[in-house]
Design a binder for this molecule. Sequence first.
Ligand code: NDP
Ligand code: 8X3
Length: 248
Amino acid sequence: MIVFITGATAGFGAAMARIFATNGHRVLIAGRREDRLEALAGELGPNVRPVPLDVTSKAAIHAALDALPAPWRDIDVLINNAGLALGIKPAHEAALEDWETMIATNCSGLVTMTRAVLPRMVERGSGLVINLGSVAGHYPYPGGNVYGATKAFVEQFTLNLRADLVGTGVRATNIAPGLCGGTEFSNVRLKGDDAAAAKVYEGTTPLTAEDIAGTAYWIATLPPHVNVNSIELMPTCQGFSPFAIKRN
Ligand code: NDP
Ligand code: 8X3
């Protein structure tokens, strides 16, 4: 298979590149930090090809896909993993620029990548789009505001892809993880406050990037007649809270 993974310079994306490459698949790894792409490709060998790319740039996406050499063009699996949360402030205090960046990356970047890759999959009668949603797209929490909304968008977009793709042989899946450690997610969200980021996982046994990569690999290697529409994962230590009620 040829697998295109966005956000492969860290976290889930890098772990996904490793599991697909070590199982003999060819992997296109995308992200903005070119040095990391080169290092990962160096580690994994010639079946892994860096694609330096900012998913918020429509022009960059089209240029990168157009520049793929012929043997790399028939992408079998697109994993729209690039994404981020920025900030944990309540809506009335959050920075509008952070909201715009999350929407540009998690929503616009994801749909632009999908729209660019999908026609060839449909033409060939096979393919799979895996999108990274989140439990934040299923359940609200304080400070989740636009991040959670982008992930709800990802889930609904994925299900609507399914509606459009029935009969084409092309599959689509939303993976919605809960608390997951060992990635840069919280460092990015907390804007480089690494001590606060580490605290998010203190005393927990969170999911790992390898858990999510293994899930993506399982989904991608199921028989072609099986479509996982959406899958939600949490670490065993994570659960639900009662509704917050402000009493007089
Ligand atoms: P990381 O911060 O470790 O990795 C995020 C990746 O996205 C990086 O490779 C980064 O690459 C890439 N990225 C961010 N912005 C852009 C951009 N504009 N263009 C291209 N690539 C970009 O996070 P995770 O691995 O933890 O998260 C991966 C996905 O999973 C995200 O969509 C996240 O929302 C989702 N998720 C994460 C959870 C968690 O708890 N960790 C739980 C649920 C969902 P670079 O900076 O080099 O461009
Ligand atoms: C990441 C999980 O709960 O931090 O999408 O929003 S959470």
